[in-house]
Design a protein around this ligand. Structure first.
Ligand code: SAM
Length: 269
């Protein structure tokens, strides 16, 4: 079978089918445009059919490829980590503003693949970056990404703040799990394949966010900032919780679609 016909037979979005075939053949997608008539080896066809079958069954494209591009870095991803989302790049932007304003170290809570921590380190190599997660498998993935990218980050295994003793940071950032346990989105798209512990923020979806807001105060330096990603409909609740816990300069930022997506506040002792 020729490449063009194989792509057409995949019953997938054409871009996804082309990306999978390019991966199998170890070429880039541009090669496929010029070589659509190329007759393919049986082993390549069999591998492509395996991958496209898995994709139709709901396996996320990023897991099949084994990587995801985020900010300026390529990250290995697997079933133990959330696939980094474009919206989270807004959190990296805000973190970098704070680093440029003087934050000399940053703690990324719930680091997963290391996406936020490694992006901060790649963009601002002088800052000391720590990435924390309760999942040893996620930390293995983050650690491997750091090695592949040649970036030095401290990795911490901890249930939120429990293993941090009295350490403090001028900047704590987090994209915690924030979906309600009964949210119908959990059974749609790629979400069923991603770890529930990366997605579900308790019954209301706000539990992890509220925990971070309450306890980050003990781990922020005077004037330190807590920056949080949250669901598009959680901005008011997160602002209210930050104000209730006496953070100042509380503000929210929206994503490209205009949805409230990030909220932060400053802690003054
Ligand atoms: C939404 S994912 C974010 C992953 C990554 N930061 C990103 O933006 O792509 C949330 C992460 O929080 C971690 N997590 C969940 N509960 C946690 C806890 N109690 N303590 C530490 N990390 C936790 C999960 O393992 C997951 O990696």
């Amino acid at each position: 079978m020729i490449a063009r016909d194989l792509v057409a037979s995949a019953q997938l979005h054409r871009g996804e089918a082309e990306t999978l075939l390019a991966t199998v053949l170890d070429v880039d997608r541009a090669w496929l445009f010029a070589h659509g008539d190329e007759v393919l080896a049986k082993a390549a066809i069999d591998r492509f059919n395996e991958l496209t079958h898995a994709r139709r069954e709901g396996e996320p494209l990023a897991y099949l490829l084994g990587y995801c591009d985020f900010w300026t870095v390529r990250l290995q991803v697997n079933q133990h980590v959330l696939i980094p989302r474009r919206e989270t790049e807004h959190l990296v932007e805000w973190a970098i503003e704070q680093i440029d304003a003087g934050a000399s170290s940053v703690l990324d809570m719930g680091t997963g693949s290391g996406a936020i921590a490694l992006s901060c380190k790649a963009s601002r190599p002088a800052v000391a970056v720590s990435g924390l997660d309760s999942s040893p498998c996620a930390l293995d993935c983050a650690r491997e990404n750091a090695i592949a990218l040649g970036l030095e980050v401290e990795w911490l295994l901890s249930d939120w703040f429990s293993a941090l003793n009295d350490r403090t940071w001028p900047l704590i950032i987090a994209n915690p799990p924030y979906i309600a346990a009964d949210d119908p989105h959990l059974v749609q798209g790629d979400l069923p394949a991603e770890p529930a512990s990366a997605l579900i923020g308790g019954v209301s979806g706000l539990e992890s966010l509220l925990h971070l807001i309450q306890h980050a105060r003990d781990h922020l330096t005077d004037g330190g900032w807590l920056l949080l990603e949250h669901g598009f409909d959680q901005g008011a609740a997160v602002r209210a919780a930050l104000q209730e816990h006496q953070y100042c300069s509380v503000s929210t930022r929206s994503d490209w679609s205009g949805h409230e997506r990030l909220t932060g506040g400053q802690w003054r002792r």
